[in-house]
Ligand binder design. Structure first.
Ligand code: SAM
Ligand code: F3S
Length: 449
């Protein structure tokens, strides 16, 4: 009775992680079970994202659809969380009076109280940023497979001129070292083999230690590599200005550190980087990548680009195309600039029309796809160490799927008993969104990064 929870989550990995933690807290406090069927649910939570285009309108039109759901049975509750909730706050209750709870990324641990309040007293809003309270209050995570996300930071203090995150998630705050390690030890005991450390600027992490000092990400990675059972470590997302020499050196020393780096560059023009308030030049970005590639020549590099930033000229865009070509990215994410209310870039002169942004987006994607496909083709015939994550979606009876150290998905025939093991796979074919391969000597399962 009144115990089924449906969560619809939009946006980044941080949001996916937060959605999982919402399910954890309500399971602990109210014995709520997740359902994939909204009609069976008593509580619906929308975990929203406001990084790009028309996020607010999308949330309000989604809420319009949920209104009927609520009316079909009495006692149903609708909660809105995430970055749009954080930005809009009370306005959501005014524009969608059928919403019961509005909570932010930093108050999701208070859901049990907010739910009780909504059921007994009435509608409620809590979108504050109460320091590290969230991490202390959340229950121990439960592993759901051989890979796990571990959030080590909240918020962002970089204030890139285009980005809404510092306003919706608050200032950068690092979780203390011991708490992070305790969570990873628990996950390792539950069978997790690979962790991804999460934060908007995860390489700015500076965690307090029990003796009053601070540890940086390079130190944290060293400690995690020593945890028995954890054989692969990833982290995302990084900021180029915090991609320090100490962190780069870690790639030479720690084989558990995955052979992949996501380092958003955003633009190939110094003038635009400065307007974006990114804090680095193209030459500085390149020099960090060159230093890294000296230590790990075959590292897979991925990035984010924004096209059509206010004032971006054709020459600036050509510089972005040249950078894309010069750095030979393995994977990429390109976005059309989207003015976000309340951010400095939204009021800059020189806002570009949509058609220019679209044209540039297509041109950049075309330029980046060639090297990305060439990287994939070059992998054919190579042996990759794949951590088996589960049955493949396309043929779950016969096939498994997993990820290479360089973050490529691979499907291959194999037995369910291999799930959670590192398997050597010979790559045979490049598919549209993944690779296919054949396990080699699967009886001797490899343990490596
Ligand atoms: N912390 C990361 C970093 O160092 O850049 C990025 C976080 S942001 C949520 C993810 C990506 O969304 C950014 O790298 C950027 O490319 C894109 N993005 C953020 N705000 C945007 C906007 N207003 N318009 C278009 N793309 C945007
Ligand atoms: Fe956004 Fe820049 Fe932080 S992109 S999340 S303000 S590093």
């Amino acid at each position: 009775m009144e115990n089924k929870l449906y969560i619809k989550s939009y946006g980044c990995q941080m949001n996916a992680y937060d959605a999982a933690r919402m399910a954890d807290v309500l399971r602990e406090s109210h014995g709520m079970a997740l359902t994939a069927d909204a009609e069976a649910a008593d509580v619906v939570l929308l975990n929203t994202c406001s990084v790009r285009a028309k996020a607010e309108q999308k949330v309000y039109s989604a809420l319009g659809r949920w209104r009927g759901w609520k009316q079909r049975r009495s006692g149903r509750i609708i909660g809105v969380g995430g970055c749009v909730a954080s930005q809009e706050g009370e306005a959501i209750l005014r524009r969608a009076p059928w919403v019961d709870i509005v909570f932010g990324p930093q108050t999701l641990h208070r859901l049990p109280t907010l739910l009780d309040h909504a059921r007994t007293v009435g509608r409620t809003v809590d979108i504050r940023f109460p320091a590290m309270e969230k991490f202390d209050a959340l229950p121990e995570p439960g592993a759901t497979g051989p890979t796990a996300f571990v959030s080590i930071m909240e918020g962002c203090s970089k204030y890139c001129s285009f980005c809404v995150v510092p306003y919706t998630r608050g200032e950068e705050r690092s979780r203390p070292l011991d708490g992070v390690l305790a969570e990873i030890l628990t996950l390792a005991r539950q069978g997790v083999r690979e962790v991804t450390l999460l934060g908007q600027n995860v390489n700015a992490w500076l965690g307090a230690t029990h003796d009053g000092q601070y540890a940086d990400l390079a130190t944290l990675i060293e400690y995690i590599a020593a945890v028995p059972g954890i054989d692969r470590i990833r982290y995302t997302t990084s900021h180029p200005i915090n991609f320090s020499d100490r962190l780069i050196q870690t790639y030479a020393r720690i084989p558990e550190l995955a052979n992949h780096l996501h380092l958003p560059v955003q633009s190939g023009a110094d003038r635009i980087l400065s307007l974006m308030k990114r804090g680095y030049t193209v030459a500085e970005y390149k020099s960090r990548i060159h230093r890294l590639r000296r230590l790990r020549p075959d590292i897979a590099l991925s990035t984010d680009f924004i096209v059509g930033f206010p004032g971006e000229t054709d020459a600036d865009f050509q510089a972005t195309l040249r950078l894309a070509e010069a750095l030979d990215f393995d994977q990429f994410f390109c976005f059309m600039y989207s003015p976000r209310p309340g951010t400095p870039a939204a009021t800059l002169p020189g806002q570009l029309p949509e058609w220019v942004k679209k044209q540039r987006l297509h041109a950049l994607q075309e330029g980046l796809e060639k090297p990305a496909r060439a990287h994939a083709r070059a992998m054919v015939g190579s042996l990759q160490t794949v951590l088996v994550e589960g049955p493949a979606v396309r043929d779950p009876e016969q096939e498994l799927c997993g990820r290479t150290s360089g973050n490529r998905m691979v499907n291959f025939p194999g037995a369910r008993s291999w799930i959670g093991a590192f398997v050597s796979v010979r790559i045979t074919t490049v598919m549209r969104n993944c690779l296919r391969g054949q396990a080699v000597a699967p009886q001797q399962l490899a343990v490596a990064s």
